[in-house]
Ligand binder design. Structure first.
Ligand SMILES: Nc1nc2c(ncn2[C@@H]2O[C@H](COP(=O)(O)OP(=O)(O)OP(=O)(O)O)[C@@H](O)[C@H]2O)c(=O)[nH]1
Ligand SMILES: [Mg+2]
Length: 455
């Protein structure tokens, strides 16, 4: 049984009794035992930590076992005859202290109820009394598994896990890929001042303790000139069909209403919509504010938020806003493993980085006809050996890409190598071969071979 030394809500008390019974059953403990449970403030738990563990810290839960139990060990009551309480005939096996304030904070941080957090901490303390610890990673994993199983079986679940898809759309060059990289904290999509940098949908996966947000960066809206433009526009349509939220991005330096109208007319979807006014770092508040007022009167969206994707201004607010609209799960719903941050593999990321550097180093006309394919990626070698074919669409472009005495391609290659080395944290030997695929942007077969055809 639990001896409650402090008052707590009835519902939580009942759930704690259930957790107690579940742990007693799990550890095959005899019935005639008890634990003391106290809810204390930060000052008290800090003092307990200081006095008993010489740690000057506020912690969430403290456990003091009275007998030495091993996981799966057996407790024989008669061995402790002299310690049995003569009044209720039970053996006190430990004290548990839970810091209410910490539990409240952690419940908010994890996005679940206080009830769930307190049950979790009590379960954790009970397992300590039963001899479990989490000093080694293996033991910690086992403890986490047992705790989750016990709480899930009792239906004391997380109620607030958020997960879903969020698609970023907008005209070319407004900063969609910059925002994706900023939100994920990694270089997932390439960025350049040239238009039509992004050619296909790229997923960036945001993970935290209580959510997974799958962001989809799309190619910018633009007029059709070649067959690849059809594919790029199809990619945008695809990404806006099956998504919970659409982030519509416009540029703060241009007319807001005009940009908004242009995009909203192309959208015919039910998803929630957040209108982002990007690049506010480059504009004056007085200039944007009147336009924002005007926009807020006409825009049929759920939220409007000015941001700077490059500086990260208001990006935390954006994440909270998104979470507000995402579906809620009572379990940890993740489409992708918690440690993955993109759906692209390393080869694809490297090919894109080479293309990014080509976009930066070459004058306007040529870059749009460039595609890069990584043909060799020898991870076991040191430096890592990477070979790539860089395709252009006209024979006459080749000497421009190579440059005088091969200087241009050398510049592209050095910039790409440095950037790749940062990502893979290793030295790289990068070889780029310039090839020609005549007019490939109008050749559906070549587009398919390059993996750029919309599904
Ligand atoms: N000053 C400023 N520049 C930005 C910001 N966000 C993006 N940029 C710049 O805008 C240019 C275009 O950025 P991208 O992220 O490639 O734009 P995009 O919308 O993905 O473009 P496409 O892929 O061509 O559709 C780059 O030069 C960025 O550095 C911002 O918040 N402030
Ligand atoms: Mg882009």
């Amino acid at each position: 049984m639990i001896e409650f030394n402090s008052k707590i809500e009835d519902k939580i008390m009942q759930n704690l009794e259930k957790v107690y019974d579940a742990v007693v059953n799990f550890a095959h403990l005899p019935k005639k035992i008890k634990v003391n449970l106290s809810f204390v403030d930060e000052k008290t738990i800090k003092k307990l930590n200081k006095d008993t563990r010489n740690i000057d810290k506020v912690t969430d839960v403290l456990t003091y076992p009275y007998i030495e139990l091993k996981p799966k060990g057996k407790l024989i009551l008669s061995d402790y005859r002299n310690y049995i309480d003569q009044e209720d005939k039970t053996l006190l096996i430990g004290d548990i202290y839970i810091c209410t304030k910490r539990a409240e904070e952690q419940s908010k941080e994890y996005g679940h109820s206080l009830n769930r957090e307190i049950c979790f901490l009590f379960c954790h303390g009970m397992l300590h009394i039963c001899g479990y610890d989490h000093i080694k990673q293996k033991d910690e994993e086992e403890m986490i598994k047992i705790q989750s199983e016990i709480l899930d079986k009792l239906d004391i679940k997380r109620e607030n896990f958020k997960c879903g898809f969020v698609t970023i759309i907008g005209e070319t060059n407004v900063g969609k890929s910059t925002l994706l990289n900023q939100l994920i904290g990694e270089k997932v999509a390439i960025v350049s001042p040239k238009s039509q940098t992004t050619r296909e949908n790229i997923k960036g996966i945001y993970n935290d303790k209580n959510s997974q947000i799958v962001f989809v960066d799309t190619p910018g809206y633009h007029k059709r000139k070649t067959k690849i433009d059809d594919e790029m526009n199809k990619q945008i349509d695809e990404a806006t069909q099956d998504t919970e939220i659409i982030l519509i991005m416009i540029d703060a330096k241009k007319s807001l209403v005009e940009q908004y109208n242009k995009i909203i007319n192309k959208l015919n979807v039910n998803a929630k919509k957040i209108l982002l006014i990007n690049k506010i770092d480059e504009t004056k508040y007085e200039k944007v504010y009147p336009q924002l007022l005007e926009l807020s009167k006409i825009a049929k969206v759920d939220e409007i938020l000015p941001i700077s994707a490059i500086n990260g201004t208001n990006c935390n607010i954006l994440i909270d806003m998104i979470k507000k609209y995402l579906p809620k799960y009572d379990y940890e719903m993740r489409y992708y493993p918690i440690d993955s941050y993109t759906d692209k593999n390393l080869r694809e990321v490297c090919a894109e980085i080479i293309r990014e550097k080509a976009l930066l180093c070459l004058d306007d006309e040529i870059p749009h006809g460039i595609q890069v394919v990584v043909t060799e990626f020898k991870e076991d070698e040191n430096p890592i050996e990477i070979h790539a074919d860089l395709y252009c669409e006209k024979e006459s472009h080749k000497p421009i890409i190579l440059g005088k005495n091969g200087e241009k391609i050398k510049e592209i290659s050095t910039k790409a190598r440095l950037s790749i080395e940062k990502i893979i944290n290793n030295h790289v030997n990068l070889q780029i071969y310039v090839k020609v695929k005549e007019n490939w942007r109008n050749d559906i077969r070549a587009i398919t071979d390059f993996g750029l055809k919309a599904e």
